[in-house]
Design a protein around this ligand. Sequence first.
Ligand SMILES: *[C@@H]1O[C@H](CO)[C@@H](O)[C@H](O)[C@H]1NC(C)=O
Ligand SMILES: *[C@@H]1O[C@H](CO)[C@@H](O)[C@H](O)[C@H]1NC(C)=O
Ligand SMILES: *[C@@H]1O[C@H](CO)[C@@H](O)[C@H](O)[C@H]1NC(C)=O
Length: 252
Amino acid sequence: MWQLLPPAALLLLVSADTRTDPPKAMVVLDPPWDRILEKDNVTLTCQGAPRLGDNDTLWLINGSLISNQSPYYVIAAATVEDSGEYQCQTSLSTLSDPVRLDVHVGWLLIQASRWVAQEGDAIQLRCHSWKRKPVVKVNYFLNGRSLKHFHWNTDYHIASATHQHNGSYFCRGLIGTKNVSSEEARILIQGLPSASVSPSFLPWSQIIFYVLMGLVFIVDTVLYFSVCRELRSSMGLKRNIKVQWNLEPQDK
Ligand SMILES: *[C@@H]1O[C@H](CO)[C@@H](O)[C@H](O)[C@H]1NC(C)=O
Ligand SMILES: *[C@@H]1O[C@H](CO)[C@@H](O)[C@H](O)[C@H]1NC(C)=O
Ligand SMILES: *[C@@H]1O[C@H](CO)[C@@H](O)[C@H](O)[C@H]1NC(C)=O
């Protein structure tokens, strides 16, 4: 069997090689909301593998490099000017996808754990007030219709999104005696992807890997049966060699 191993081992090496591409860095918001109000605080963290002793992180805002080299970018008391697209990179990762942060002015703001969701996803909605002032008699609206009323300001949880959750949300409530509303914000619920996975979603390296593995299997099988046939015919012809054949391949 040993003579059949090298091509398989080579293929495993090739596939291992394609997996050693550096990971993409990721910008993570804490707290997680990507729409915030003026004076809110948010810390952006760059998640990516740093090399030991080389912790420098690159940060880009709207594509321009900034001087911060820490894995954290702290926004204290946000202003509208902090709105933008944030990207980061560490020494052992590639540039992250941009994360959009929007700083709004107003009394109330609707926040969501995600703005684009698949059917079945959980979504958390929040009616956030400026400087976290207390809000009472909070109402959540979807497409202009009241969805849920809370006496105290409470998050609204969608356990499993359906197409009925598709649309524009806002919230309304009382801050002191002021009756205030947030702007509307849209949540897009996408239908479940069709069951057939298009081959274009498979990376080419994977397709080539599977095709080559298939070829190795076919070649192995053909070789196995031809060796067996040879074995049988040579055993039939020369019974005196039988002992030798039996000893050799089985000991390996
Ligand atoms: C932001 O942080 C400061 C300092 O910790 C705090 O006083 C302030 O209330 C925070 N802002 C909000 C909106 O929570
Ligand atoms: C949600 O609405 C958008 C357009 O407003 C539509 O393209 C999409 O298919 C809808 N999703 C569902 C699940 O109905
Ligand atoms: C706020 O104003 C709207 C009309 O704009 C009214 O329907 C609603 O009842 C008011 N909310 C409260 C809690 O008073």
